[in-house]
Design a protein. Structure first.
Length: 334
């Protein structure tokens, strides 16, 4: 991939949280400091105009990645580059301010992400005023009306409060707020998981239409593979803070390589009744505070051997895919 294709480049990203008890409790109970490595040496790129999805079970680190990419959490180590500009480079203040305007986020819960004391007009106008995108209040009001129309609401809805809307309508307001700063890149943290199934398709179709209209680039976080299949161009599969496989969406659903990816796909009902065999993998996600040595998936993997139990697998390239698996590398899964 050339640099001109990459809008976002995440390199060797890690985030560690101190989950220890207070100092006095540790002294009395004679406990050591405990750390949780929520994101571990993560690297991927997102091309202009595409939807790159991160999937995985709860606790895999997806939402932590989303918050780091938009700047809500600082990384412990690693770099995030937007068109070659490192977000941690404080010496490039003017460039960073322009880049911040171009990055927005749509949160998981539309009920919690809107200020209940503000009218919708003020909520959507906030990014416009923060970045000085309109000349005066009248122009800002017109722009808010246009944005509400774009997401399928009436401009007069700007005079209402968030509690007067349904969940799907609130998420449309969140999308309008995200579009207000004229972004190029939007991070979507499970934007439909809190909505009714009947509303999810409407929001997803709206997001795809807006992507085509405005040339948006999405980082799409989800645990729902049916949603990801509808939205994503490429998919990264996460397990305990690490990416175990990255592939084009069609290729990943057609021929998954990593055992964990196969497990996720086997959990999806075979609605087409193809008769494909399912490999059931038992067990639960290990404690992230004390993860297993070697490949963290090996306690649940039917193909694990001694190397898997002792050595962390490095990502290898296979036919435009990246897979971190000793079994794939050695041909044991074939």
């Amino acid at each position: 991939m050339t640099d001109t294709q990459a809008l976002v480049a995440v390199s060797e990203l890690s985030r560690t949280f101190d989950v220890s008890k207070p100092w006095l409790n540790r002294i009395i109970e004679r406990e050591t400091t405990k750390y949780l490595r929520a994101v571990d040496d993560l690297s991927f790129v997102i091309r202009k105009g595409e939807t790159f999805a991160l999937v995985g079970e709860s606790g895999s680190g997806k939402s932590t990645v989303a918050k780091i990419v938009v700047g809500l959490l600082p990384p412990t180590t690693g770099h995030i580059l937007i068109e070659g500009v490192d977000l941690a480079d404080v010496s490039r203040v003017a460039e960073l301010r322009k880049i911040r305007r171009r990055i927005q986020m749509i949160f998981q819960d539309p009920f919690a992400s809107l200020n209940p004391r503000w009218r919708v007009q003020k909520i959507v106008a906030e990014p416009i005023r923060a970045f000085g995108l309109e000349a005066d209040d009248a122009a800002t009001t017109r722009r808010v009306g246009e944005l509400l129309s774009v997401v399928g609401l009436d401009p007069r809805d700007g005079f209402k409060f968030p509690h007067e809307f349904s969940g799907g309508q609130r998420q449309r307001i969140c999308i309008a707020r995200a579009l207000a700063s004229k972004p190029d890149f939007i991070v979507c943290d499970e934007p439909t998981s809190a909505l009714d199934v009947s509303v999810q398709a409407q929001i997803l179709n709206l997001m795809k239409d807006l992507q085509d209209e405005f040339g948006l680039t999405y980082l799409f976080i989800s645990h729902d593979l049916s949603v990801v299949r509808h939205m994503a161009n490429r998919i990264g599969v996460m397990y305990l803070g690490r990416v175990v496989e990255i592939a084009e969406a069609k290729m990943l659903f057609k021929a998954p390589k990593h055992p964990y990816t196969r497990m996720l796909l086997d959990a999806v009902p075979d609605l087409e009744m193809t008769g494909r065999a399912h490999q059931q993998i038992e067990g639960e996600v290990p404690n992230p505070i004390s993860p297993p040595a070697g490949c963290t998936f090996h306690p649940r993997c039917p193909f694990a051997n001694e190397r898997c139990r002792t050595e962390i697998p490095a990502a290898i390239e296979r036919a435009d895919s990246l897979i971190a698996c000793h079994g794939v590398e050695e041909g044991r899964l074939d």
